[in-house]
Write a protein that binds this ligand. Sequence first.
Ligand code: GZL
Length: 307
Amino acid sequence: LTACGGDSGAGGGSDDKIVMGFAQVGAESGWRTANTKSIQEAAKAAGIELKFSDAQQKQENQIKAIRSYITQRVDVIAFSPVVESGWDTVLKEAKDAGIPVILTDRAVDSPDTSLYKTFIGSDFIIEGERAGEWLKKEYEGKPETVNIVELQGTTGAAPANDRKEGFAKVIGTEPKFKVIASQTGDFTRAKGKEVMDAFLKAQPKIDVLYAHNDDMGLGAIEAIEAAGKKPGVDIKIVTVDAVKDGMQALADGKINYIVECSPLLGPQLMDLAKKVVAGETVEQRVLTEETTFTQEQAKAALPNRQY
Ligand code: GZL
C-alpha cells in the first residue's frame, strides 16, 4: 500500500499505520511518568503512530485533546479520565464520528457503556481493601484505638473514590480503627506534605497514615520527619502504587506496606487498539495484574523494578 493522503476514512496518517490519539491526565506522580513511558514505548514497538497530550490534571484540557483527535480523524482514541464524571458529551461526539474509544487506568461513571469499547486498569476497590487487610493484621490482638489519617487522591477520581471505599469497608468491621482526618493531597508529593503537616499540627495522636499513592506518602514522610517523628515507626504508613521511590522508602523502613498498582498498561493497550480498529470485539473490562509488598519483599524486588 502506498501512503496517500486522499482517503476519506479515519486514519489521519498513511493508510497502513494505525493512528492513536492519547489524552493523558498529566505528570503528577511517579506512577503517571511510568505510565506515559509504557504507552509511548509500546506504541513504538507496535508500529502505532501516537499523538499524545498532557492535560495538567485538568478535565477541560483532556476534553479539548479528545476533540482535536476527532478533528484529526485518528483511528482510535485512548485516555485516562482524570475524574469519573462529565465525559458523556465528548464520548458521544467520538462515537458519532465513528472513532472507537479505549479507557485506560481510570474509569468513567457514564451509564452508557457503548461510549467506549473497553476499560483496561486496576480494581481500585480491591487495592483499598488490601491496604485495610494489612492494617487489620498489623493490629491484630491489640485492643487500643488506632488513629488513622488519610491522604486521598484527586477529588472525584476513580482511584480516590474506590481506594477510600475499599479501605473503609475492611477496617469498618473493627471500631478500634478511627479515621480521624481525611483530605485530598491530589496525588502529588507537594500537596501530600502540606496536608500531612496540617494533620500533624491538628491531631495530638496519629498512629497510621493511609495515602492513596506513594507520592503523597513520600511528601508526608518529609512532614513527619520535620515534626521530629520517625515515619514507619512512630507513624505507620501504608500506600498504593509501588513505584521505585516508594519501594525504596519501604525497603528503608519509612513505609510499612505498599499495595501495587501497575502503570505498565502500554503493551495491552496497543493490542486492544489493534483489535478494536480491526473491528474485533474485545472484553469490556481488562484487569491488570498486581500484588502487594512488605519491607522484606521490597528489598528483594527493587533491583529489577521496571518503574
Ligand atoms: C491509578 C492512577 C493514580 C496513581 C497515582 O491507576 O490513576 O494516578 O495511583 C496517579 O499515582 O497519579
